[in-house]
Design a protein around this ligand. Structure first.
Ligand SMILES: [Zn+2]
Length: 199
């Protein structure tokens, strides 16, 4: 952000009085343009023991697979947003079963609220942001073609829970280690992982 959203003047970086980190501040009107993480909402959709994934028609990660997900809108709840994103990207109506994972990705300023969900009528399609959508059995999941490390982790947690026969609500922080490819899941560790069994 270069210009003040209040008065249009140029912003400068400074530590505001009483704060402890540098912000974009407006010397003309004293407005502080805070930048905080954004929330991504989405659904891990199950149908007949298979998983619904979308192949992205947009950058970043064009052509790679992801659960339907996107940015939460203002005045929207996380479940509502997750259902909306699933409707938009996979043309599917879903019933949300339970929270699945609350994963923070501090390196990119995003927090993910992902839910487990079921197809209501078995129907799905490809919205404008998807090249195609498809159901995958656990053995068929294209692990090397998953769009983002955080989604790779969310799906791994889903698979591990399924194999263990016990679902959890997961919390964790995706922390990047080293300076390798930021799209490679191998370059992340899951910190503060707190799996809570679902009753
Ligand atoms: Zn201003």
């Amino acid at each position: 952000m270069k210009f003040c959203p209040e008065c249009g003047g140029p912003l400068e970086q400074a530590v505001p009085e009483g704060d402890n980190r540098s912000r974009a501040v407006c010397p003309a009107c004293d407005h502080i343009a805070y930048v905080n993480p954004r929330v991504v909402v989405g659904c891990v959709v199950e149908h007949d023991d298979r998983l619904l994934l979308c192949r992205r028609a947009i950058e970043p990660a064009h052509g790679r697979w992801t659960p339907p997900a996107g940015f939460l809108e203002l005045e929207e709840g996380t479940m509502e947003g997750a259902r909306r994103e699933t409707r938009e990207e996979a043309e599917a109506e879903v019933e949300i079963v339970a929270p699945h994972a609350y994963l923070c990705v501090p390196g990119i300023g995003q927090t993910y609220a992902l839910f487990r969900a079921r197809l209501i009528d078995g129907r799905f399609g490809a919205g404008p942001e998807s090249l195609e959508t498809a159901l995958f059995s656990v053995d068929e999941v294209p692990w090397d073609e998953i769009a983002f490390p955080v989604m790779h982790k969310a799906l791994r947690l889903w698979v591990e829970d399924g194999e263990a026969g016990r679902r959890h609500v997961h919390h964790g922080v995706m922390r990047r280690v080293g300076s390798g490819d930021r799209f490679d899941p191998a370059n992340y560790v899951l910190e503060d992982h707190m799996p809570v069994p679902v009753a």
